[in-house]
Write a protein of this length. Structure first.
Length: 211
């Protein structure tokens, strides 16, 4: 069992500000090819960032890069590679390692090498907003392919569910349940945004609402 606790805004705010600077530099680097809007999502957008006192992985942020690429001249692999290279260009300026390329996201980590710990990290998902839903670039490590895939319904309906939870005085319950879910999660490949979405959906359903 883990021992997750919430990170104070006083602690996370300076890190978020540095990430904002990093993101703006990435935007400038890729601007001659395409543009993107960014959005902090999941726990990092709700002041619900957590860390595990029993681990050495610190806490993390989740950010969506919503690309605008007009005539679609770039493939998913090209888009992800362009953004990854841009992040790699500026990440060391802020103390981060180069990107790790996982199935759904690009991840940068700031480490304390003396104590062999990760202080904090940030996951970047590259998304494209369509009329019928949001897609993200998925990396299949087995085949080496990059494809546009639709987000699961659990992610698309989160905003309205969050408002419903708040309107029905269930936000405090969500905060407790989210910590509980993280403490009992044994899947190292499951990111915070997925646990956050699961927590919302489960509370939503437990209180009588179903998709």
């Amino acid at each position: 069992m883990h021992d997750f606790r919430y990170v104070s805004k006083k602690t996370s705010a300076p890190v978020k500000n540095k990430l904002l600077d990093l993101i703006l530099k990435v935007q400038n680097i890729v601007r001659d090819k395409f543009t993107f809007q960014y959005e902090f999502v999941g726990s990092s957008s709700r002041n619900m960032i957590t860390y595990d006192t029993k681990s050495n992985v610190g806490y993390d942020f989740d950010v969506n890069f919503a690309v605008n690429y007009g005539d679609k001249k770039y493939s998913p692999k090209q888009i992800r590679t362009i953004i990854r290279n841009a992040i790699d260009d500026v990440a060391p300026q802020y103390g981060y390692d180069h990107c790790e390329d996982s199935t759904r996201v690009l991840t940068i980590k700031q480490k304390d090498y003396k104590s062999a710990t990760i202080l904090y990290s940030c996951d970047f998902a590259i998304v494209f907003n369509r009329e019928n839903g949001q897609q993200y670039i998925r990396y299949n490590k087995d085949t080496g392919n990059y494809t546009w895939e639709y987000q699961g319904i659990g992610f698309e309906t989160l905003p309205e569910k969050i408002e419903w939870l708040k309107d029905n005085n269930l936000w405090g319950y969500l905060q407790d349940y989210y910590i509980y879910k993280k403490n009992y999660n044994n899947d190292s490949n499951k990111h915070s945004r997925s646990i956050f979405a699961e927590s919302i959906n489960e509370i939503y359903q437990k209180n009588g609402y179903f998709d």
